[in-house]
Design a protein around this ligand. Structure first.
Ligand code: ADP
Length: 424
């Protein structure tokens, strides 16, 4: 295990995994901290996915330290703390307190902090984070329900979350390349800074930052800054050139899609699927009962389960979602539908489905939890940001694709299975 990462949420962890696989590392995502005696998987990189982004500070710190301890026992060479590319956090944390605890536990005294991800239009200039070309606090993130970001200056934002001093490696330095960045970070550490926000507006910057951090015990940031890390390990002679880091075992079995995302992208993907494969729509307004919804969907599916995909969707228009929420309350409505979709996924697996696509971030969490999934080996991407994975845990082994609502092209639900068939 060369790189051990701790991610503060589930889909963010998958995002980092995909980045590492693209860089040539065989990568496994673990869901939650594994039991102490669980052996590390056969992989170059392991990403432990926590739910610590919005957890109480103490819990986020404890979970992150437990993950670190487990990774350390596996002999990891370098550690990565992955947070969102929009630096999602509050005045209390959790980025600062978790990073403090990791720096302390590793005794490294210093870590860089870089959430930039130019491919997704997240850039950092003079310490200011831009999202989609706007300052973070004018990007819509200032209205985020849980982590409103009202200040784009990351030196200030991180300073409020830590007692450590925060410095900046600015664009002019970063643009001069890895040596200049390394020297600047060394100087900041000597001056007593615990963190350096590092500017980056292109992938070339991220690659240079990665190279400059080759000897760092801990790196913190979005998945973008992991781009340069695989090459460090190859340069050091510890990572062989892998022919196919995304290779997964082949698994035969029936195919299905379950959808709980109501995003515009997912609704369009469902519209496309309707013209090609059987689709069953759950109606939680008519039947606000998870068990009854599950039974109806599974009864419908009984003569359709096979190698041709079937689709079961709770996804609905904003008006219908608003209506259910006004009747049940927002949390209750979400929980009802997640419960139904998770029950349906479990029923489909019982009936022989082994290749399953799940649409929706929260929905994916609920389904993975119900299926007892503990570990995902990351395969090739179906569309950017959505890989097939080989899932194992307390239930049967499965091919799982967990799609965040807004991801994927219009034909995603069909393409996902075509990609598997095309593999040797
Ligand atoms: P996304 O990735 O698009 O945000 P999520 O799965 O994270 O998707 O969130 C979608 C939420 O909407 C889930 O909590 C899901 O249970 C809920 N939901 C899905 N269908 C409906 C519906 N018809 N009415 C109300 N809520 C719904």
């Amino acid at each position: 295990m060369l790189l051990g990462a701790i991610a503060d949420d589930f889909t963010g962890a998958t995002d980092l995994c995909s980045m590492l696989v693209r860089g040539g590392m065989r990568t496994v995502q673990l869901i939650g901290v594994p039991p102490r005696d669980q052996a590390p998987p056969d992989a170059d990189a392991v990403v432990v996915a926590l739910k610590s982004r919005t957890a109480p500070v103490r819990q986020a710190v404890d979970d992150s330290l437990a993950a670190l301890k487990w990774l350390q026992a596996g002999g990891t060479r370098q550690y990565f703390f992955k947070y969102c590319s929009t630096f999602d956090s509050t005045e209390q944390g959790n980025i600062g307190p978790v990073a403090d605890a990791l720096v302390d536990a590793l005794g490294c005294g210093f870590a860089l902090a870089c959430p930039a991800f130019p491919t997704n239009a997240r850039t950092v200039y003079q310490g200011y984070l831009f999202a989609g070309g706007n300052l973070l606090n004018e990007s819509g993130m200032e209205h985020h329900p849980l982590t409103p970001m009202t200040d784009a200056n990351l030196v200030r934002v991180l300073s409020r979350q830590t007692e450590g001093a925060v410095g900046l490696v600015n664009f002019a330095t970063v643009d001069r390349g890895a040596h200049a960045i390394r020297d600047a970070m060394t100087r900041l550490k000597e001056q007593g800074r615990r963190y350096a926000i590092v500017d980056a507006i292109t992938d070339a910057h991220l690659l240079a930052i990665g190279e400059a951090a080759a000897s760092h015990a801990l790196i913190t940031g979005g998945s973008g800054v992991a781009m340069g890390l695989p090459e460090n390990f190859r340069r050091a002679g510890v990572l062989p050139v892998r022919d196919d880091p995304a290779a997964l075992p082949r698994l035969e079995g029936a195919c299905a899609v379950v959808a709980g995302s109501c995003s515009r992208t997912t609704l369009a993907q469902l519209g496309y699927a309707r013209n090609h494969v059987p689709v069953f729509d759950l109606d939680p307004l008519e039947t606000p009962d998870a068990a009854a919804l599950t039974d109806a969907a599974l009864a419908w599916s009984s003569d359709k389960i096979g190698s041709k995909p079937l689709v079961i969707a709770a996804s609905a228009s904003p008006e219908k979602v608003a209506l259910l929420q006004s009747r049940l309350g927002r949390d209750q409505a979400g929980a009802l539908v997640e419960d139904a979709v998770a029950g349906i996924a479990a029923g489909l697996v019982e009936r022989g489905v082994r290749r399953l696509v799940v649409a929706g971030g929260e929905t994916s969490g609920a389904v993975a939890g119900r299926l007892g999934v503990r570990s995902l080996r990351i395969g090739g991407e179906i569309d950017p940001g959505v890989p097939w994975t080989y899932a194992s845990g307390s239930g049967p082994e499965l091919m799982l694709a967990l799609k965040s609502g807004n991801f994927g092209a219009t034909d995603f639900f069909l393409k996902a299975f075509r990609v598997l068939e095309a593999e040797p």
